[in-house]
Ligand binder design. Structure first.
Ligand code: ZN
Ligand code: ZN
Length: 147
């Protein structure tokens, strides 16, 4: 498997926005923060960490809107990208932490391929986790992030 050249595709619900991802992600993270709950309309967001240069909008860039999320549990300012037509979450960027500026967090549900065979390797804001949601068993080895 040539992981370095592996390509994934993703899209929003209405298919206006399409994107591609090149290479393996760094990490899968379940975020239980209140803002991810609000943004997803669900109990958590499953976030996949990539480098920005791995992520490319292939079509519909004009329909991508950014919500600047300033009131976060972490205190960071997040840019939450979503499709302005259908409202699907697409990605998140932390713009207040310079160490995170090369990263992009892709919302797992937006990925098209059969990308259902992974488990989150860590979770954030466990005190916000809904009672029915099981605890994420931490995976320490970074190579577990391979696709
Ligand atoms: Zn859409
Ligand atoms: Zn969150």
């Amino acid at each position: 498997m040539a992981a370095a050249t592996a390509l994934r595709r993703g899209s929003c619900l209405c298919q206006t926005v399409k994107f591609s991802l090149t290479g393996p992600p760094a990490r899968h993270i379940q975020c239980n923060c209140l803002n991810c709950q609000k943004a997803s309309g669900s109990a958590f967001l499953t976030n996949i960490l990539y480098k920005r240069d791995q992520y490319k909008i292939e079509s519909g860039a004009n329909s991508v809107k950014i919500f600047e999320d300033k009131h976060t549990d972490s205190g960071s300012v997040l840019e939450r990208a979503f499709c302005s037509n259908c409202g699907s979450n697409l990605s998140i960027r932390n713009t207040s932490n310079p160490k995170m500026s090369d990263n992009i967090v892709v919302c797992a549900g937006s990925i098209d391929d059969n990308y259902k065979h992974f488990s989150p390797q860590s979770e954030l804001f466990t005190h916000r986790r809904h009672a029915w949601v099981p605890e994420v068993k931490r995976v320490k080895k970074p190579d577990q992030a391979k696709m």
